[in-house]
Design a protein around this ligand. Structure first.
Ligand SMILES: *Cc1c(COP(=O)(O)O)cnc(C)c1O
Length: 308
């Protein structure tokens, strides 16, 4: 990347304190690292995970990135936008059938120049096997493979950059989890006094612990100061109830920070709930990473016919 191109991404995103009587009564200090402000369309942890993958694509002299995702995927949208912004081709392999009308996420991806292809759900389960990738290479030619969610070692190393010196003052660092790549990057850079909490967006998210431990092994890091909080998925990925929607509305109104209902809304809801249950030590300083995901709001409204 030239210096010119790097300037368009905000690398040192601001940290803001959230002043709220609910938090004060429960004696915790809450902060948000506004990583969603790093770029309009390559937002939050999606930029973190793409950054070193784009460098790797360049290093290998490839001009096309191929990746995978669901029909509303933040990662698909971000990869498409990154291809447009940084000048490489993108191919998105989308889980499930093609629909006559593109949803807002896929429309955005297509408009950004991404070639969209659909993969049946059975094949999709093995999408990252050598066999399926080989088949895709025969079909599309040589490409740089970015795994679903940007969850590879480059993606994790990019997420380690979230943990700059300004993060040292916090006792807890919290984030939403899909693949666990972002949480792994945070764990890898924890200071001894710090604990990382990951909030899986999927039901039964405890399975992520194995993936995270595998990644930590690759980094030769055996930090144990982290936990998965699996109680705030609201029934599963992209599921919700009125409490969650009311919480997001209240939070955005009071603090003027938008949250998405799939990831960041659930993390903040969980932290408020845990604070009220005295989960955190008194006078703890908690920092939540705003991992972005705001493009998903349109898709969520599209699916559920709900106002956000
Ligand atoms: C993709 C995404 C996540 C999940 O990140 P992982 O690194 O896959 O765990 C969390 N929050 C938001 C807003 C996302 O878009």
């Amino acid at each position: 990347m030239t210096n010119d191109q790097q300037n368009i991404i905000l690398e040192n995103t601001p940290i803001e304190r959230i002043i709220d009587p609910v938090l004060e009564q429960n004696r915790v200090e809450l902060y948000i690292k506004r990583d969603e402000l790093n770029h309009k369309d390559i937002s939050g942890n999606k930029w973190r995970k793409l950054k070193l993958n784009i460098e790797e694509l360049r290093r290998l002299n490839l001009d096309t990135a191929l990746t995978f995702g669901g029909a509303y995927s933040n990662h698909i949208a971000a990869t498409a936008a990154a291809g447009k912004e940084f000048g490489f081709k993108t191919i998105g392999i989308i889980r499930g059938e093609e629909h006559a009308e593109l949803n807002p996420t896929l429309k955005f991806a297509g408009d950004s120049g991404m070639q969209l292809h659909y993969m049946d759900r059975t094949t999709y389960r093995n999408k990252e096997s050598d066999e399926v990738l080989e088949h895709l290479r025969q079909k599309f030619g040589e490409f740089y493979h970015v795994p679903q969610g940007g969850a590879n070692i480059q993606g994790i190393k990019g997420c380690m950059e979230i943990m700059d010196n300004s993060m040292r003052e916090f006792d807890y660092i919290c984030c939403a989890c899909g693949t666990g790549a972002t949480l792994t990057g945070i764990i890898a850079k924890l200071n001894p006094h710090q604990t990382a909490l990951g909030f899986p967006a999927l039901k039964n998210g405890g399975f992520l612990a194995d993936d995270i431990n595998n990644f930590l092994n690759q980094l030769e890091n055996n930090n144990q100061n982290w936990r998965l909080i699996t109680d705030y998925h609201f029934g599963g990925f992209a599921k919700y109830n009125n409490n969650l929607i009311d919480f997001i509305h209240r939070f955005t109104e009071l603090h003027n920070i938008r949250l998405d209902p799939l990831y960041t809304g659930k993390v903040l809801y969980g932290i408020y709930d845990l604070a009220q249950k005295a989960y955190f030590q008194k006078d703890s300083k908690i920092c939540v990473i705003h991992t972005g995901g705001l493009q998903g709001i349109e898709g969520f409204k599209h699916r559920h016919n709900i106002n956000l």
